[in-house]
Design a protein around this ligand. Structure first.
Ligand SMILES: Cc1cc2nc3c(=O)[nH]c(=O)nc-3n(C[C@H](O)[C@H](O)[C@H](O)COP(=O)(O)OP(=O)(O)OC[C@H]3O[C@@H](n4cnc5c(N)ncnc54)[C@H](O)[C@@H]3O)c2cc1C
Length: 392
């Protein structure tokens, strides 16, 4: 991303991640995409470099940096490989942050250090067969039985599920026969009540581990209710706001990777005796997508910066995720067009960027849901401005 307001620490991190991605990820990208194998070695190295806990305070074994720094790292990784980037992003934003945001001090001390140092991978299960966009329709149940929660149900499409040491999941909660709404729970993956399905076969993000989870009379201690408070649904909504910024950064990286390949190709490939960028219809495509990528970057930066300032970023995170993911889709489509027939062939990188881009308009809230979120926030802001005017 352009560096006009980054501080020295953020620029150093960006350089380090860029270098790491070029040396340790790039040589394996096509093989990982072919085999769909999880990049264990790469993730281990990321843990050693402190990349699995960038926005986590040092007191919990994280790197103690901010959301802007973390977004930069996601962006640099996704320029090279989206599967590696989403592994780190799902682990951080979804598998670790809920504990930091809503956990008790005991939960933070127990679980965050192994996660932030990369010794343990985290995952987050919200989506169910009948509860995707409609997450409030969660059917998984958690019933308090003396000092234990008994959990039944399941989750689908859980990123990192097969490699995680810890899961955070949501369930409809009953205490003394009273429905307490949806709460979040911490589950260690060696629990005998947990069954994990085989990896999903996907269009893109091939080396990212995505699986189904099944809970069969799964018992966890009473204190594994996240935050010891039955307001897990709110925790998840807060988690998704941070997660959406990282998906925005992942989208910008995916778009920029495809754009850079297309820009290079447009100067090398000749037709009718000219490099193809000299044809206005190709050159203007490049100009358009470059402009859209810059705009998407600025939305992501804005949301990350405001998040770091402790502001309410529900609208900005949704806008960044919506716009950047749609830009990733448009950019990767145009990149294939610029490559012509070669764009459709696996020997060149752009078909992979295209396959990796599509899920960005779906995961962590579809584009349609981002529109709803933005609309609701706009109405809220408007009504607040009216009631403010009334008080004058
Ligand atoms: C590769 C991958 C990884 C994922 N990782 C995770 C993960 O780690 N954890 C997790 O919990 N989930 C994960 N998900 C799930 C993802 O967040 C959901 O797929 C997504 O939220 C959409 O839910 P759904 O698939 O049930 O679609 P649905 O909710 O069934 O939506 C279907 C269509 O209807 C539209 N729609 C639904 N409701 C409305 C509405 N009110 N207004 C307008 N349109 C609407 C949607 O936008 C969409 O176009 C992952 C998904 C994928 C594909």
């Amino acid at each position: 991303m352009n560096e006009f307001f980054l501080n020295d620490e953020q620029i150093m991190l960006q350089d380090m991640v860029r270098d790491f991605a070029a040396k340790e990820v790039l040589p394996h990208v096509m093989e990982l995409d072919e085999t769909g194998e999880f990049p264990h070695k790469i993730v281990e190295m990321m843990g050693e470099l402190g990349l699995m806990g960038i926005p986590i305070p040092e007191s919990y074994s994280g790197a103690g940096m901010d959301q802007v720094a973390y977004s930069l790292a996601v962006y640099e990784l996704s320029k090279v490989d989206a599967s590696v980037a989403i592994t780190m992003a799902a682990h951080t934003s979804l598998g670790t942050m809920p504990i930091l945001l809503a956990g008790t001090e005991d939960q933070k001390r127990k679980y965050v250090p192994p996660l932030a140092s990369g010794k343990m991978i985290g995952a987050f299960g919200l989506t169910e067969v009948e509860a995707g966009s409609d997450a409030g329709n969660t059917k998984t149940t958690a019933i308090l039985d003396k000092n234990e929660w008994v959990i039944n149900g399941g989750k689908i499409f859980t990123t990192n599920a097969g490699v995680a040491g810890l899961l955070i999941i949501t369930a409809r909660t009953t205490i003394n026969n009273k429905d307490e709404g949806i709460s979040a729970f911490i589950i260690e993956t060696d629990n005998p009540g947990l069954k994990i399905g085989p990896p999903e076969k996907k269009m893109g993000w091939k080396a990212s581990d995505t699986r189904q989870l099944f809970f069969e009379d799964l018992r966890i201690p009473k204190e594994n209710l996240l935050g010891n408070d039955a307001d897990g649904f709110k925790t998840f909504l807060r988690t998704l706001t941070g997660g959406r910024i990282s998906i925005g950064a992942l989208s910008v990286g995916t778009a920029e990777g495809a754009f850079e390949a297309a820009l290079k190709y447009s100067q090398e490939r000749e037709a009718f005796g000219l490099p193809i960028y000299r044809f206005q219809s190709i050159g203007f495509k490049l100009a358009n997508i470059a402009t859209e990528i810059e705009a998407a970057k600025l939305l992501v930066y804005q949301a990350a910066k405001m998040y770091d300032q402790g502001k309410n970023v529900i609208k900005q995170a949704a806008m960044a995720k919506l716009y950047a993911s749609e830009v990733a889709m448009r950019t990767t489509t145009e990149a294939i067009q610029i490559f012509g027939g070669y764009g459709y062939i696996k020997e060149y990188p752009v078909e992979k960027y295209f396959r990796d881009a599509k899920v960005l308009t779906i995961g962590e809230g579809t584009s349609e849901i981002q529109h709803l979120v933005i609309m609701r926030e706009l109405v809220k802001e408007y009504q607040k401005s009216l009631s403010f005017a009334d008080t004058k």
